[in-house]
Design a protein around this ligand. Sequence first.
Ligand SMILES: [Zn+2]
Length: 108
Amino acid sequence: MLLRSIHKPDPPRPDISLRATRSMRICQIPGCSLEIPPTHWMCAAHWFEVPAALRGRVTQSFSEWKNGLQDVRAYLTARFTAIVFVAKLHGIDVTEEELKLGRWKAAV
Ligand SMILES: [Zn+2]
């Protein structure tokens, strides 16, 4: 039986600030190099360029997927649509991404 002795000191805790730094992501909008927390996939400036209705769709489909009410495709489609929208807003060529999105939507 493995019991943890109350007399042994706890193992050293990892440096949380260092861990947070390592797991930072880069905004998914092509050309944007802003670091964002791992719970995000787009920087705040780009996220708020997404129309409110589409942001709502992303948030709702994420919640439905996380709660097991829907498969992940609706969330990924909404998320990908948001990325394509913002990229086009900045004149970034997203032809290839749109083709992928079209194939994705056709499969849903
Ligand atoms: Zn960004």
